[in-house]
Design a binder for this molecule. Sequence first.
Ligand code: PBG
Length: 330
Amino acid sequence: MLHRPRRLRQSAALREMVAETRLHPSDFIAPLFLIEGKNKKEEIASMPGYFRYSLDLLEAEVNELWNMGCRSALLFVKVEDDLKDNEGEEALNPDGLMQQGIRMIKEVVPEICLMTDVALDPYSEFGHDGIVEDGEIINDESVGFLCEMAISHAQAGADFVAPSDMMDGRIEAMRIALDVAGFTHTGIMAYSAKYASCFYGPFRDALDSAPVDMADIPKDKKTYQMDPANAVEGVKEAQMDIDQGADMVMIKPALSYLDVIRRIKDISPVPVTAYHVSGEYAMIKAAAEKGWLNEEEAIVEVLTSIKRAGADLIATYFVKDIIKLINSKS
Ligand code: PBG
């Protein structure tokens, strides 16, 4: 036999030397959930080990993440019911929870790359990412509003805005709006290939942001988020966002869409992010709780696979676990 591939696998040292994919703490983006109130740290029922924090307690969490080597966070807020409406007016409140969170984080850890979710759903009484009219999510009016939301986040100090709404044409509109408002340095991470996925379930529990079950209101997000059957369309979405000025593109979820990550990576001149979403976190947690999987091995294997598929950056709820695992090895 001229070729014996097992020769390169015979020791841990060799395996480490020839590994094609390596994880580093700066590969990861930490999603953060901010809630109203003081001294609150609430575990999310469908995401064991993951928490929503009030502003005061989030401070310690952000410090800890930064000190471990995490370089980026993606901020989400849970909005009180009485502040929700169809147009998401509260999203523009300069003293809203999101804006307060941005200011606090940039004050505590000025160097962190802070990204913010831009979509209407946490603010929408209907749980949709855009404005609802006559049973439809209206595109262009929603885009106009999302641009104002992005400016509001930039004013508070966000480094990147991350539009997750999947309206058409929002990246170009947002780039122009940010520039005109003087925020030429604020980046855009576009959720480009965002699929209509069941794996967002635990996240919607965390933020109480699921579409409502009401007559004349769409019960799902399938008219704007993508059909899981389509990969070529995902490439088109990413290409459009790149052409419209996105600084980074994202694929979401991650594990069921590794082929889409690879296809987009192959054409993308900008960094590619994958979002390992709430349901993907919950699956590993549930199986590990039952003793059916080794949690640490599952975390390393899954995140390595996502990076191998082509992700330059990965947003994941396992951020602290994986950084601890990386740091304990080196
Ligand atoms: C909001 C948004 C969602 C997620 C990120 N931003 C939910 C949705 O589109 O319904 C999901 C993240 C996760 O499941 O971890 N537009």
